[in-house]
Design a protein around this ligand. Structure first.
Ligand code: CMC
Length: 439
């Protein structure tokens, strides 16, 4: 290395040597937790090169103050507060406020936030008719995404970013209405009447009542179930630049509305490699149980690249040691099922599967551990949520994160439209051939 380059490195810049002899000095950005990034924003204009990083495993897309996670150490913090503390002590509405507004609310702020959520809990009556238009086979995630997008048609000021006069109101509308939308789509799917929200109940109790009450009977949400739901929603509330959040930011970067951006995020979440994994985990465990419970057979299948089978709920792009959310959920599983007096043989199967996998060389070498989706479905099932609604529950939890990230991007005056480049590998220039001359 030349003396000049060495001096520049000491000055905290990185120096990149390209095969064609060019050298470029690149600034290094250091985060508040000492994470390092090489800023390549001038790379193409100064050298003609781009970087290649399919899946963006090494690419930072933004600087954010919302969530910190360290995959090697299994750390997850929202606005600096460890997930373990929030999971044990906070209410979901407090966590939503924390993520969106950057601080825990005081009592007055929390009361005002809750009032706002209550105020926006109802859907426009016309929207109820939409539910009848979906086929009985429609997946609740398809319904949820379509209904969230259609909110733009009812709350017009949100349909164009320039016209947003009150982003806080739209945030409250979404957090509150998504719960009503989710419960109404479930009621429609089982042919029961819609149950309207009730202001006196907490966020989670209100949702459970809309899901499970019927007009003919009194309904009192079980505090154990309310607590379990509160815990799960908090654990899902944000996870920095995951696939759905990156989607929300990408869509927002074109100045699409909050409703449009989050509708797209819901669809990204639906995929089985992302939030859709929670439904797939239960289906996988049920399949194994029905097949005689032979765990080793399925572990071997997961290791065989030709089988097309992956161990759902295992592995993570970022966590390479353990997923702290999975640890909390696994502990909660025992407690919740115990308190509800439920014995789910699938929980035993899941624990056995984890035990076998974490001591198998294939999983150890690739650092594959249970993720947030491995045990969450067992709790959802115990509290009465059907499997095809599991990913909807993930969306309810993740909503504050999407909103906070949307807001952070919109508040950043330096943000640009997301527009990656590519390296073209197709046919080089050829002439158009008239149809009669084509072979
Ligand atoms: N079962 C078997 N092998 C796996 C699994 C799995 N679940 N996950 C990864 N691998 C293998 C993979 O085949 C590859 O092996 P090799 O190096 O021999 O080619 C290696 O591990 C690395 O995998 P990758 O696909 O390159 O890892 P990734 O970071 O691109 O993918 C993942 C992460 C979560 C998509 C993946 O682990 C996976 O498909 N897991 C199952 C689906 C799942 O549980 N998703 C929920 C993720 S957590 C909640 C959320 O964020 O939504």
């Amino acid at each position: 290395m030349s003396e000049n380059a060495a001096r520049k490195l000491v000055s905290n810049n990185a120096v990149l040597y390209l095969p064609d002899g060019q050298t470029i000095e690149l600034p290094v950005i250091t985060g508040s937790e000492n994470e390092k990034a090489i800023d390549i924003s001038k790379l193409r204009s100064q050298t003609g090169h781009i970087t290649m990083d399919p899946g963006y495993g090494n690419t930072g897309s933004c600087q954010s103050k919302i969530t910190f996670l360290n995959g090697e150490k299994g750390i997850l913090r929202y606005r600096g507060i460890p997930i373990e503390q929030l999971a044990g002590k906070a209410r979901f509405t407090e966590v939503a406020y924390l993520i969106i507004y950057g601080k825990l609310p005081n009592q007055q702020e929390l009361d005002a936030f809750r009032d706002s959520l209550n105020h926006h809990a109802l859907l426009h009556e016309d929207m109820k008719h939409f539910f009848s238009s979906f086929s009985g086979q429609a997946h609740p995630m398809a319904i949820l995404s379509a209904m969230v997008a259609s909110l733009s048609g009812y709350y017009g000021e949100a349909s164009e970013v320039e016209g947003i006069d009150d982003p806080d109101m739209n945030a409250a509308r979404l957090i509150s209405k998504i719960r009503t939308l989710a419960a109404f789509s479930y009621k429609k799917s089982i042919g029961q009447p819609f149950i309207y929200p009730k202001d006196s109940l907490s966020y989670c109790a209100n949702f459970l009542r809309m899901m499970f009450a019927v007009p003919a009977r009194d309904y009192e949400p079980d505090p154990v179930v309310v607590e379990a739901l509160n815990l799960l929603l908090i654990l899902h509330a944000d996870h920095e630049q995951n696939c759905s959040t990156a989607t929300v930011r990408t869509v927002a970067s074109s100045h699409a509305s909050l409703f449009a951006s989050i509708s797209a995020g819901i669809l990204a979440l639906w995929g089985p490699l992302h939030g859709g994994a929670n439904q797939k985990v239960i289906e996988m465990l049920e399949r194994i149980r029905a097949d005689g419970g032979d765990i080793t057979k399925y572990i071997e299948m997961a290791k065989d690249k030709n089988s097309g089978f992956r161990l759902m709920g295992f592995g993570h792009r970022v966590y390479k040691n353990f997923d702290p959310r999975a640890t909390v959920i696994k502990n909660a599983c025992d407690k919740v099922l115990d308190k509800l007096g439920i014995h789910d043989p699938v929980l035993d199967l899941a624990k056995q599967m984890e035990e076998v996998a974490v001591s198998d060389d294939y999983f150890v070498e690739r650092k594959l551990y249970p993720n947030v989706d491995f045990y969450s479905g067992i709790i959802y099932r115990a509290i009465g949520i059907p499997a095809n609604m599991f990913t909807v529950m993930f969306a309810l939890g993740r909503l504050p994160g999407w909103i906070g990230q949307w807001k952070e991007l919109m508040d950043d005056p330096t943000h640009r439209i997301t527009r990656p480049r590519q390296i073209y590998q197709g046919q080089t220039a050829v002439d158009y051939v008239p149809i009669e001359k084509r072979t």
